[in-house]
Write a protein that binds this ligand. Structure first.
Ligand SMILES: [Zn+2]
Length: 255
C-alpha cells in the first residue's frame, strides 16, 4: 500500500531511516566537540501539540532523541512538554519576540528574558530557535546582532549556531527543496536538490554518510488522521499562495 506523504506513517519511514544513524538534539550537537557526521533533528511546534506528542513517542520507539521548540503561549503546554521531555527529547524555546515587539529590539529582548524564565521554571532550556512568521517583516534572529544569547546562559540558537552544517532539509511549505521558505533557512545552504517527495529525502538520508545533515520537521504536517492531513494540506497551500502574493508585493515596492 502506498503511504501518504506528510503523514505520521511517512514519518515512521523517516524514523526507520534515522534509526541506524547518529541522530542528535541541537543541544548535544553544540556540546559535542569534536564533531563527527550526524543528523541534527529539530521540530518547531508551531501548532499541533497532539501531533508533536505522537511524533515524540514514535521517535522514542526508534531510540531517537530530538529537539522540540515550543512557542509562548501558543503551544506552551506543560503537560505535553513534560511527556515529551520524559521521553529523552530536548525542550527549547521557539521565540518570536521581534514580531511581538513590532521590531523594537529593547522591548523584544525584555520579552525574550521573561518568556525564557517561564520555560526554565519547568525545563533546563539550553537552546532557542527563531519562529519565522512569513507574514511579518522582521527576522527574529536579527535581535542577536545587538544582544548575546550566551548572556542568557544559552548554548546556542538553532539557526545561527548550526550554520557549519551545509545540508539543511526542512518540510516548510511541503516542499523539501526550499521553494517556499522566507525565513526558514540556514545562511550557508547553497546546494540545489530536486526532491519530489519525502521518499527522495529518505533515500538521501540513507545515502549521505560523510556530511552532517540538519533536518527540520514541523509536527503539524505529520499527523496520524485523514482529517488532520487534509487540514495541513489546505493550510500549506494557503500559506504558499500567501507567500507568493507577499513576494510580488515586496518585489513591487522595492522596484
Ligand atoms: Zn515556527
Amino acid at each position: 500500500m502506498r503511504i501518504m506523504d506528510f503523514s505520521l506513517a511517512m514519518y515512521t519511514e523517516i524514523c526507520k531511516a534515522l534509526k541506524s544513524q547518529n541522530v542528535v538534539t541541537v543541544q548535544s550537537y553544540l556540546s559535542n566537540v569534536p564533531k563527527s557526521p550526524c543528523i541534527v533533528l529539530r521540530h518547531d511546534v508551531d501548532r499541533s501539540l497532539k501531533n508533536a506528542l505522537a511524533m515524540a513517542k514514535l521517535e522514542h520507539e526508534y531510540g531517537i532523541q530530538s529537539t522540540y521548540y515550543f512557542r509562548y503561549p501558543h503551544t506552551f503546554n506543560i503537560r505535553v512538554m513534560k511527556q515529551i521531555y520524559s521521553l529523552g527529547h530536548e525542550i527549547g524555546y521557539h521565540y518570536e519576540v521581534l514580531d511581538k515587539a513590532r521590531g523594537d529590539s529593547r522591548k523584544a529582548i525584555a520579552v525574550f528574558q521573561k518568556e525564557l524564565e517561564i520555560f526554565r521554571k519547568f525545563f533546563p532550556v539550553k537552546t532557542v530557535c527563531m519562529h519565522g512568521n512569513p507574514l511579518t517583516r522582521w527576522d527574529g534572529r536579527d535581535i542577536w546582532s545587538l544582544y548575546n544569547f550566551q548572556d542568557f546562559g544559552l548554548l546556542g540558537e538553532a539557526f545561527l549556531s548550526c550554520s557549519d552544517i551545509s545540508i539543511y532539509l526542512t518540510d516548510t511549505g511541503r516542499n523539501w527543496n526550499g521553494n517556499h521558505n522566507f525565513k526558514d533557512k540556514l545562511k550557508t545552504e547553497n546546494e540545489n536538490r530536486n526532491f519530489k517527495s519525502t521518499v527522495d529525502v529518505i533515500r538521501f538520508l540513507n545515502s549521505e554518510k560523510v556530511s552532517s545533515i540538519y533536518l527540520n520537521c514541523h509536527p503539524e504536517r505529520w499527523g496520524p488522521g485523514l482529517l488532520g492531513w487534509f487540514k495541513a494540506l489546505l493550510r500549506d497551500h494557503l500559506f504558499n499562495f500567501g507567500k507568493k502574493v507577499l513576494k510580488l508585493i515586496r518585489s513591487g515596492s522595492k522596484g
